[in-house]
Design a protein around this ligand. Sequence first.
Ligand SMILES: [Zn+2]
Ligand SMILES: [Zn+2]
Length: 369
Amino acid sequence: MPKAAVLTGIDQPLEIRDDLELESPRAGEIMVRMAASGVCHSDLSVQNGTIPSPTPCVLGHEGAGIVEEVGEGVTHLSPGDHVVVTFVPRCGECYFCQRGQGFLCDKYGAVATGGLIDGTPRFSSGGSPVFQMSMCGLFSDQTVIPAISAVKIDPDVPLKAAALIGCGVLTGVGAALNTADIKPGDTVAVLGCGGVGLNVIQGARIAGASEIIAIDMNPTKLEMTKQFGATQTVNAGEVDAVGKVTELTGGRGADVAFEVIGLGPTIDQTINMTRKGGQAVLVGVPRLDVMINLPAAFAFLYLAKTVKGCWYGSSNVHEDVPKLIDLYQKGELKLDELISREISLDQVNDAFEDMKTGEVARSVIDFGG
Ligand SMILES: [Zn+2]
Ligand SMILES: [Zn+2]
């Protein structure tokens, strides 16, 4: 039986359960023995209700492991394959996948059900369904997911590092490399320096930005940004962030500014610190009731700014995961440095507390496989 961390209701601590049933993979699905799972802010957002989800639910949506069993019709994966799990599967056949926008794949629509693509989860307890966050449910040493949610990787890559790719790295690095159009020599501002923000920063560095201004209110996070490529740090708790970025860019504003928090006021600030003709990229996950108010004439007409929504780093997982692994193997993409703490599944609630205080970039659950 799998051992899993289950959310039973909003604001409840996760329950560690070892009595759940896990069904074998159906057609088009695979069973994965998880090696490692990252604990991400979106898990916390499900726990506190920012991201709605049916309960009880096995949380966890970024991780890596080894395929144990494949369902009918799965031809691109076999037992023993090492895989990165993504929470945005790409079918390759829908309107969006056919147009190179795999991150908008229609199959993602099933996510609201708390089940897999057919709307039903594979975990259960006493005959009642136990749902799976983001068609994943990776806070479990064993899970069943859609085969199109897994990308095979080189078995030489440590699974603990690979575990982070599926969410924070694809989102953050993808925002810089895919969503934004960063030109070598650009000045980039990043508002919000948690796990995803650090990845936006390293993506901007890989894209060739010459100045990267990291903005946060937490000095510990700001200190961490330097090893990922930040050239300046701004503590928004001490100074006006828009004024400071304007000053640091000779009165112009940033060529590209990223919002990685998801709050109305910080989205406004991000657009305001973008130079005329520049790009503001919205990466943070806002509550569903957050609205933005933009001056139509000044934001769009006279100042010709572009505001871009960024879902999942505009990634096409089957191309981007191998590309990121390659950058990691060349030493250009930092993954090990993102892991601030390795924990056991039993310590997952402590990791949630650490995220609330903002002192930890990423806790990674090591399933000890
Ligand atoms: Zn995540
Ligand atoms: Zn698709």
